[in-house]
Design a protein around this ligand. Structure first.
Ligand code: NAI
Ligand code: MG
Length: 352
């Protein structure tokens, strides 16, 4: 069991530094409690990096990311750069591409203490536990782009190999969970969708114990809020995965609760990032919800650093803190980032 970890912190913009600062303190407390050593390097990314270094992510930062054990990322984006040629968000896309983190795992689970924070009815949300596996480095976000005066296009390309590798991640995850996988595509109208479905069916033969079904993306969007308990693991492409996972974020009540892990080939460092953005509307006020960043750190210990014991302890501390009423404003509470962070730190190791 490893007991020394080299982590690259990339807090980014807006509330990124606030929530990563919180997660860092929780990690330090976990290191004390479990007796492991954390070596954290911290660098700029996004708007902060554009201002200081001239690019949304520097080559040195990409090299530092590649040589770390895992990267804990905050969020990028700043209204100052909206509509400009150099966008902070390009820093995140460049990192995902450089690390080849092709599988983005986004768990969405109902948290008992937060059932009333969701805009959906309690009976719909109760017991929801979905894992969305989104393909992250292909499709229309990365295809050739044309921006002419009066037309533009985003080419969406998927190769068989790109579908195989993300499908395997999803089947493996389903095998460890309830054994059900739903593949989401638009095979009725899109060529990439037909390839997607054919390849997922082929990969399914390697996983006879996982029950597979296929749902069209538009119907999946409907099922996700009408009957989210029908899903265990969902696997889908980059574009549909982006939309479905934001839609799914209303289930637990706030973007501020959703962690994610972006994983590449085994043995390469993962990029661990909350689902939310830089939230410029609340940045600098000390009210950002740090749970997503803390749960993201928990995913880092499970999927990147192979310390599920630490991951379990962090997740339990978050549950306990929410049950004890440590809720930020986005969850209908009145606690600030600092109070929530202290509560989580207090409960690390409790109940072992
Ligand atoms: P956003 O996720 O930053 O905010 C959406 C809404 O949720 C806002 O009202 C915000 O206050 C709230 N919110 C989000 N996270 C929260 C938290 N932890 N605690 C409390 N409230 C929270 O998305 P938005 O507003 O569409 O984008 C803002 C900027 O972030 C843009 O520049 C966008 O491009 C960027 N962005 C970056 C992402 C990333 O770095 N992974 C992901 C999504 C957006
Ligand atoms: Mg999104």
């Amino acid at each position: 069991m490893a007991d020394r970890f080299d982590i690259l912190l990339l807090p980014g913009d807006g509330i990124g530094p606030e929530v990563i600062g919180a997660a860092r303190r929780v990690l330090d407390a976990a290191a004390d409690h479990f007796g492991f050593e954390l070596a954290c390097d911290e660098r700029l990314v996004g708007a902060a990096a554009i201002r200081a270094e001239g690019a949304p992510v520097s080559e040195e930062t990409i090299q530092a990311a590649k040589s770390s054990d895992a990267i804990l990322f905050g969020a990028v984006g700043d209204p100052e750069f909206d509509g400009g040629d150099v966008r902070p968000e390009a820093g995140l896309l460049a990192l995902r591409k450089a690390l080849d983190t092709f599988a983005n795992l986004r768990p969405v689970a109902a948290i008992p203490a937060l059932l009333d924070a969701s805009p959906l009815k309690r009976e719909i949300v109760e017991g929801v536990d979905v894992l969305i596996v989104r393909e992250l480095t292909g499709g229309s976000y990365f295809g050739e782009k044309v921006e002419a005066f009066d037309y533009s296009s985003d080419l969406s390309v998927y190769t068989k190999e790109e579908v195989v590798r993300v499908a395997r991640v999803a089947f493996e995850a389903a095998g460890r969970r309830k054994g059900r996988l739903t593949s989401v595509d638009k095979a009725n109208v899109m060529a990439t969708g037909r390839l997607w479905r054919k390849v997922v069916n082929e990969v399914a033969e390697e996983y006879p114990d996982v029950e597979l079904d296929h749902v069209l993306a538009d119907a999946a969007a409907m099922h996700l809020i009408q009957n989210p308990r029908r899903f265990d693991v969902i696997v889908t492409d980059n574009l549909f995965g982006d939309m479905l996972s934001d839609e799914a974020s209303v289930l637990p009540g706030s973007m501020g609760m959703l962690p994610s892990a972006s994983l590449g080939a085994p043995g390469t460092p993962g990029l661990f990032e909350p689902v939310h953005g830089s939230a410029p509307d609340i940045a600098g006020k000390g009210v950002a919800n740090p749970y997503a960043a803390i749960l993201t750190a928990a995913m880092m210990f499970r999927h990147g650093l192979d310390r599920p014991d630490v991951s379990d302890a962090l997740e339990r501390a978050v549950s306990t803190a929410t049950e004890a009423g440590f809720l930020t404003r986005d969850l209908g509470g009145d606690k600030n980032t600092e109070e929530v962070t202290q509560a989580v730190i207090r409960w690390i190791g409790a109940g072992e």
